[in-house]
Design a protein around this ligand. Structure first.
Ligand SMILES: Cc1cc2nc3c(=O)[nH]c(=O)nc-3n(C[C@H](O)[C@H](O)[C@H](O)COP(=O)(O)OP(=O)(O)OC[C@H]3O[C@@H](n4cnc5c(N)ncnc54)[C@H](O)[C@@H]3O)c2cc1C
Length: 484
């Protein structure tokens, strides 16, 4: 039987139209599924959410998915490649220094950086142009409940503006609804296995709990008060603040964009007790920014409305790295099996330190595709296979997120210095003895390695460093004793 015929009666509901949700819809449509519904509570794919306007770097791992859809070329056209990453640092005294960012290892696939909403729009455009007959996207629609009556799944959703009620009885429910996933929480309530497999397990990191907000700037802003030079859209900027005490010290990190007309965004990440989070209105924010960045015409390039919005916004805070070990559930009824599967942030979530949130979500979808392929789309076989193939990577991914790069936000100078010593020692040792020492921050860029392989190589490196340290200590002691 062909895949097309097999799937005629299969339909799927995907909760969440973020990167994982749209990617899953495309993957299922390409596999021949006919009735795919995406429920998304936001009003549109490219809806501008100021505090979610950060950039993604889609690396080789994420490109396993875009390659599958022939989308990598389109992605490249709307992104800044990491072969061309330049950063201009503007110090508080006005001195500027531009350097090429060493973010890329030479023999790795080029990564593409673009705003989150541009990436979501790219995926949605593919749905809209080529898969409308198979995929229905209901924006402004919130999934309210997931019910199970004798093995039959019922999904209840409601239109946010018009209160329209929806009910679905899918063969497959995909939970792509992010960190506070309703689908995962429902599975956790239903689970009576005693294993807590749908409960999140937490692994605190040094960046968890840091607060962030995003400030929107005009597209082509001047770099100083004399208008002597305009910003280049494909260049990243780090504007260093004049204050040095921990309550007020601040940097603005401005992402590179391919589109010269797109408003630029400056991300502010700092500790929750920082002075900037206490400023309640545009006026107070203006005063603080003026004093903080005397070298930079910040108040000319951020509108009063935007300052007011920024001051009033709740912003976000970096999550504690977390995952749950259960990735799927099968329900059986008299006719067949229905299945529920969790992907992306719904199952593994962490701060953005290692840039793997979206890439790991796209890799989940890629692996689910493989599981469906190997089992001829039979849900009762494919979901267990998916969990078997993917779950060994998830705890290692969380451990990498927890340990690899959490001190990059200047939240604690001692922590950052110790981390830098550790990092440069690993980098140095890997240069002289590459077959023995492997720094995780470099390995993550190798999409051919799974997270579990990267984590075990990083752990091996740690053991070798301890052994080397012991050899050096005991060797020095032996030499000292010899000389006495
Ligand atoms: C500040 C910040 C910077 C980041 N930077 C990076 C980075 O540089 N690189 C990177 O790889 N990752 C980064 N990430 C992480 C990345 O954004 C996430 O890992 C990624 O978005 C996960 O995709 P997802 O589709 O699983 O979940 P989400 O993107 O969270 O999407 C979930 C979707 O589900 C919808 N939804 C939720 N509940 C319901 C419901 N009940 N009904 C209907 N819809 C619902 C939401 O509206 C949302 O659109 C960053 C995250 C943050 C917070």
């Amino acid at each position: 039987m062909s895949t097309e015929t097999k799937n005629l009666n299969q339909n799927a509901v995907i909760v969440g139209g973020g990167p994982a949700g749209f990617a899953t819809a495309l993957m299922l449509a390409k596999r021949g599924w006919h009735q795919i519904t995406v429920l998304e509570k936001r009003p549109a794919a490219d809806f501008y959410e100021p505090d979610k306007s950060f950039n993604y770097l889609i690396d080789g791992r994420g490109q396993k998915f875009t390659d599958l859809f022939g989308l990598t070329e389109k992605l490249a056209k709307i992104s800044v490649p990491n072969t061309e990453f330049y950063l201009t640092e503007i110090k508080a005294d006005g001195n500027r220094k531009t350097s090429k960012l060493p973010t890329r290892v030479s023999n790795r696939k080029t990564g593409y950086q673009l705003p989150r909403r541009a990436f979501l729009q790219l995926l949605f455009q593919e749905i809209d142009e080529n898969w409308q007959d198979r995929i229905t996207t209901l924006f402004n629609t919130k999934c309210l409940e997931v019910n199970n009556k004798n093995g039959k799944l019922t999904i209840i959703a409601q239109g946010i503006n018009d209160q329209t009620n929806y009910q679905f009885q899918p063969d497959l429910l995909v939970g792509c609804d992010g960190i506070n996933s309703l689908v995962r929480q429902t599975l956790d309530k239903w689970d009576n296995s005693g294993t807590d497999k749908f409960k999140m397990q937490f692994f605190p990191s040094a960046s968890s709990g840091l607060k962030y907000k995003v400030l929107t700037l005009t597209p082509n802003f001047p770099l100083d008060h004399n208008n002597s030079e305009q910003a280049v859209c494909t260049m990243a900027y780090a504007i260093r603040g004049a204050f040095s005490d921990s309550q007020r010290s601040l940097s603005l990190v401005i992402f590179p964009f391919a589109n010269p007309n797109e408003p630029r965004t400056a991300v502010i990440v700092t500790r929750p007790e920082h002075e900037i989070w206490k400023l309640q209105d545009a006026e107070k924010l203006s005063e603080f920014l003026e004093k903080s960045f005397p070298q930079f015409p910040i108040n000319k390039i951020v509108s009063s409305e935007e300052k007011e919005r920024f001051a009033k916004s709740e912003g976000g805070s970096f999550p504690i790295p977390q995952y749950c070990s259960g990735l799927h559930l099968l329900l059986s009824n008299t006719d067949n099996y229905t299945g529920i599967v969790l992907l992306g942030d719904a199952v593994h979530c962490f701060p953005p330190d290692i840039g793997q949130g979206v890439n790991s979500a796209l890799e989940d979808v890629f692996i689910l595709n493989e599981a469906l392929e190997q089992t001829n789309n039979i849900i009762s076989d494919s979901l267990p296979l998916f969990e078997y193939l993917r779950s060994p990577d998830i705890k290692p991914l969380i451990r990498l997120a927890q340990t690899v790069f959490p001190w990059q936000y200047n939240q604690n100078i001692v922590g950052k210095r110790l981390w830098s010593i550790n990092f440069f020692m690993r980098l140095f040792l890997s240069k002289i003895l590459p077959f023995i020492f492997a720094p995780a921050v470099i390995l993550i860029q190798n999409h051919k390695l799974s997270y579990r392989e990267i984590w075990s190589m990083a752990q091996r490196t740690t053991i070798y460093i301890y052994v080397l340290g012991m050899v050096l200590i005991f060797g020095s002691l032996a030499l000292l004793l010899d000389n006495f």
